[in-house]
Write a protein that binds this ligand. Structure first.
Ligand code: GDP
Ligand code: MG
Length: 303
């Protein structure tokens, strides 16, 4: 299956719930008028886009209709697609991993898909011939380490771990030492996702950050927050909260395949300023896609 078809399949639920609704509204009108705009707005609000994103889209749409003199409801499809693409685009949307090693820290609350996404990202790099090591810095549950081991093996990546309950920052340190000694291209560190104690989380992330800066000064770094699309507005809240306690460089939005709430992709960037860099569309190793706003908008809103 090509990337576009895969994305379309992953977005089926979202598309069926929100964007088919838009399609039928557009078909039921013969010209663009206030009533049409109100119906569109209602669909966006009741989807999981939330208020700020809905208002932004409607504002842009009104401006476009005026400036381009749109009259035909059929033209709204293309306009919406363009507006959404622009909302999701970012000049830093591609992972920056030019230095050797480059370090990716993966954070987020439990169950969102961190470990799974790390396995998938590792596989993406190993398939490009890069040498990858993953660090099991989620040391709170032994199960977390063994799950990461399974993924590392599938991906053909090395793993560095310590006993359950070890200091996560010391695992990061060990992983960086391993990467330097073994000439690795990419370091990816799993972390435990505890948001209930902000101070603690912030301290821990800062400690890891300091170790990375000390051990690999000037290296390319990504701090990726993983959020689960099925949780809709909750995922957005997590993105907002995490972006307050740490510097995020990107978001991984998982479980689009199991969710009708994929519309939050449009809201994330607007509300946090952080671009979505990957989307998860399934549980298999190749079910993670680098995020392409234009392709995404096209898969969501088709003619
Ligand atoms: P963590 O606690 O954040 O490390 O989350 P895990 O990586 O353990 O994932 C939790 C569950 O979500 C697992 O059952 C994964 O298979 C599942 N999962 C992760 N990403 C996706 C995805 O993109 N689609 C689907 N359907 N399931 C996913
Ligand atoms: Mg995990």
């Amino acid at each position: 299956m090509g990337l576009f078809d895969k994305l379309k399949k992953g977005l089926k639920k979202t598309k069926d719930s929100i964007f088919s609704g838009i399609g039928s509204v557009l078909k039921s009108f013969t010209r663009i008028d206030e009533e049409l705009m109100e119906e569109l707005e209602e669909i966006l609000i009741t989807s999981d886009l939330g208020m700020p994103a809905t208002e932004h889209i409607m504002g842009e749409l009104r401006a476009k209709i005026k400036s381009e003199g749109l009259k035909d409801p059929a033209d709204v499809t293309g306009a919406l697609r363009q507006i959404m693409t622009e909302m999701m685009e970012d000049e830093h949307i591609a992972l920056k991993t030019d230095t050797k090693p480059s370090v990716i820290l993966v954070i987020g609350v439990n169950g969102v898909g961190k470990t799974t996404s790390i396995g998938k990202i590792a596989a993406m790099f190993t398939s490009q011939g890069k040498k990858v090591v993953v660090g099991a810095a989620d040391t709170f549950r032994a199960a977390a380490v063994s799950q990461l081991e399974i993924w590392a093996e599938r991906a053909g990546a090395a793993i560095v771990k310590r006993a359950e309950g070890s200091d996560p920052a010391s695992v990061v340190f060990d992983t960086l030492s391993y990467a330097k000694a073994n000439n690795c291209d990419i370091v990816i560190c799993d972390t435990a996702g505890r948001l209930h104690n902000k101070k603690n989380l912030m301290d821990e992330l800062e400690k890891m950050s300091r170790i990375i800066e000390r051990e690999c000064p000037g290296c390319d770094r990504e701090n990726l927050l993983v959020i689960d699309a099925t949780t809709g507005q909750n995922a957005l809240i997590q993105a907002r909260e995490f972006s307050k306690v740490t510097h995020l460089t990107g978001i991984v939005l998982t479980k689009l395949d199991g969710s009708a709430k994929g519309g939050i992709v449009c809201a994330v960037k607007l509300e946090t300023g952080v671009p979505v860099k990957f989307v998860g569309v399934g549980e298999q190793i190749d079910d993670l896609m680098p995020f392409d706003p234009e392709m995404f908008a096209k898969a969501l809103i088709e003619e």
